[in-house]
Design a protein around this ligand. Structure first.
Ligand code: GTP
Ligand code: SPV
Ligand code: MN
Length: 602
């Protein structure tokens, strides 16, 4: 299987939806002159175009059509084994000064970087088709919505962007013919899919992204991490809103009261699962609905509350571990019309992965295209294998997902993957303390990015790899936003991943996370008791609805709700690394918050 393919020659009526906006035309011409493609394909996002491109992708061995009975309308792509996750070390923020990118980002000078990239892109699309993808991020009628154009030489990227964004005519319409309108320029080329020539570069001041040398996920679907988060966060600060790595879910009580919450967990730490949660039987009448599973754009409404939209149109989710037991709604979502990357394929053209329901197949083709049996030492699916599926497939999609003004947020939740220290849940004392709690988030690294897995690192607000400017400024933007909110959401911290001394998860997680969500909603409604601890408000044991919770001992619950002073002193000391890194960029307020925590811990 391959990523790179020779040029295609579409029939008349396909690939000719040329833009009428002069600034787009000029830019496309400029990129074409540089990259030298065989031809230009202007995408319109139609079903006819989609069908044609899928056919071409199969013919060119970029996709495999899966069994139409088992997974209708679905395809499999295997990326280059050297190219299976985001590459944070090759992700650059190219602001005019290093100071603007800040100490947590890889900075490079814009001029030099453009020169370097242009050298790599010169003639890079020779013999290939250059696709132009118009897309919007956000509901069509939202004031938050942004227009982007992505140029790519990968059909896989086009087909993925069609799922992940609202693509085609809707975007050209939104942009109109005003040559001075704001829109994002994204250029992507596979080059030769060589890790030594792989760069994901952002030029926030030019609203421009250039990505070379990869064909995978967040490196190349430029709408997602590149525009919606890195460029998005930069624009958000300038324009007074928030662009966050957060899921958004709705939760409705049996009495019909509805709340929305947004939650920031780092990559592969449970956003998609939480966003589609099915409450346990005991929570009869409660319902969770999904607005988004990865990114939230939020603005302050006329009533002084925070309102969120999901800028995306689909889910690019972690496959391994997804089952009818852990996440039935995700399973239903990916049963059809789904583009799979790096999962295993069974003899009858079905998909398989570690953690799927039922016994493993006796034989399969693994994610690299090799024979696999249950005796194989290697995994059948890559740990970061993914599905791209339209959000419309989600049986619990929230009816207000298209609402342009967004949904009001009652609570913000931060959470990481922590084997120790962090209790199941606690509530911050107020907004400023909540910003400190979010800023100090830490989590064990996962397969979503290349590099070591399982190492605890500071990941402020789950934005370490996604903040497009100085992290200290980002914290200030959060503090200022709080000051502008008349009715700020309450802020919480959760940890589904605390482990016992023998290395087992103490908390069952998934659907049972509803028990924690319920306490959060109780708090947001001004009910629900809590006890004050040095780190924040914790639920009393009886304040958590643990009825019918099976296989969790009282001792485990105690451990989950424990605040261990020795662990917290270590935590406080470990925070030093981030304070040192940010130096003078760290806001005074957060320095003071840390001092107060130290005092409370005694
Ligand atoms: P990105 O798409 O990378 O941003 O990831 P995400 O934050 O959406 O994470 P996702 O929901 O896909 O979950 C990632 C992994 O964590 C999967 O292997 C899940 O099975 C696992 N996971 C999710 N929720 C829980 C939970 O409550 N408890 C435990 N133990 N594991 C969980
Ligand atoms: C993440 O890593 O947070 C993802 C997957 O959501 S990717 O789109 O590859 O960034
Ligand atoms: Mn993510």
């Amino acid at each position: 299987m391959t990523d790179i393919a020779p040029a295609i020659s579409p029939p008349i009526g396909i690939g000719d939806a040329k833009s009428t906006n002069q600034s787009v035309l000029d830019w496309v011409q400029e990129v074409a002159r540089l990259c030298g493609p065989e031809n230009i394909f202007w995408c319109d996002g139609s079903e006819k175009e989609n069908e044609y491109l899928r056919g071409e992708a199969v013919r060119q061995n970029i996709l495999i059509k899966l069994n139409e009975e088992k997974v209708p309308g679905s395809y499999l792509h295997r990326s280059n084994p050297n190219d299976v996750a985001r590459v944070e070390q090759f992700t650059l923020i190219c602001t005019p000064t290093k100071e603007e990118a800040g100490p947590t980002n890889n900075w490079a000078a814009p001029d030099e970087t453009y020169t370097k990239l242009h050298r790599m892109l010169k003639g890079a699309m020779r013999g290939r088709t250059m696709f132009v993808i118009p897309y919007i991020m956000g509901p069509p009628d939202s004031p938050l919505t942004k227009v982007g154009f992505e140029i790519t030489d990968s059909i896989y990227v086009v087909l993925s962007m069609r799922i992940m964004t609202r693509m085609g005519v809707v975007a050209t319409k939104r942009l109109g013919n005003d040559a001075s309108a704001e829109w994002n320029r994204g250029v992507h080329s596979l080059l030769d899919v060589n890790p030594e020539r792989r760069w994901i570069c952002h030029f926030p001041q030019d609203n421009t992204i250039i990505s070379v040398g990869s064909g995978y996920g967040g490196n190349v679907l430029l709408s997602k991490k590149c525009l919606a988060l890195r460029i998005g966060s930069y624009l958000a600060r300038k324009q007074g809103w928030l662009a966050e790595h957060m899921l958004i879910l709705g939760v409705q009580s049996p009495e019909g009261r509805k709340h929305y919450v947004a939650a920031a967990f780092p990559s592969a730490c449970g956003k998609t699962n939480f966003a589609m949660l099915i409450p346990p039987k005991h929570f009869k009448g409660w319902k969770v609905t999904t607005i988004g599973d990865d990114i939230a754009w939020m603005q302050i409404g006329g009533d002084g509350r925070l309102y969120a939209v999901n800028p995306e149109n689909g889910y690019f989710g972690v496959v391994p571990g997804t089952s009818y037991k852990s996440n039935p709604n995700a399973m239903k979502s990916i049963e059809h019309d789904t583009l799979y990357t790096n999962v295993a394929m069974t003899n009858d053209g079905d998909v398989w992965w570690e953690g799927k329901d039922g016994p493993p197949p006796t034989h399969a083709i693994d994610w690299k295209g090799n024979d696999w049996t249950p005796d194989s030492k290697e995994k059948a699916a890559h740990p970061n294998s993914r599905f791209a599926t339209p959000m419309r497939n989600n049986p619990v999609l929230d009816p207000d997902v298209e609402k342009g003004d967004g949904v009001p947020i009652s609570a913000i939740i931060f959470g990481g993957r922590r084997s120790d220290t962090m209790p199941l849940v606690f509530q911050a004392f107020d907004w400023e303390h909540g910003v400190y709690v979010g800023a100090m988030m830490a989590s064990e690294t996962t397969a979503a990015a290349t590099g070591a897995v399982g190492q605890v690192r500071r990941d402020p607000m789950a934005m370490l790899p996604f903040c497009g400017y100085n992290m200290g400024e980002y914290f200030r933007h959060w503090l200022r936003t709080g000051a502008r909110l008349k009715n700020p959401p309450l802020i919480f911290h959760v940890n589904w991943f605390r482990k016992s001394a023998d290395g087992k998860f103490l908390w069952p997680g998934f659907g049972d996370n509803m028990r924690v969500l319920k306490w959060i909603i109780d708090r947001a409604e001004g009910r629900g008791g809590a006890q004050k601890s040095p780190i924040g408000f914790l639920p009393r044991r009886e304040g958590l609805d643990l009825d019918e919770l099976e296989n969790v001992s009282n001792a485990a619950i105690e451990e989950l709700l424990a605040v261990q002073p020795n662990e917290w002193k270590k935590e406080l000391a470990n925070q030093e690394s981030l304070f040192e890194k940010l130096g003078g960029d760290m806001p005074e307020e957060l320095i003071a918050q840390r001092a107060k925590l130290a005092q409370r811990l005694g």
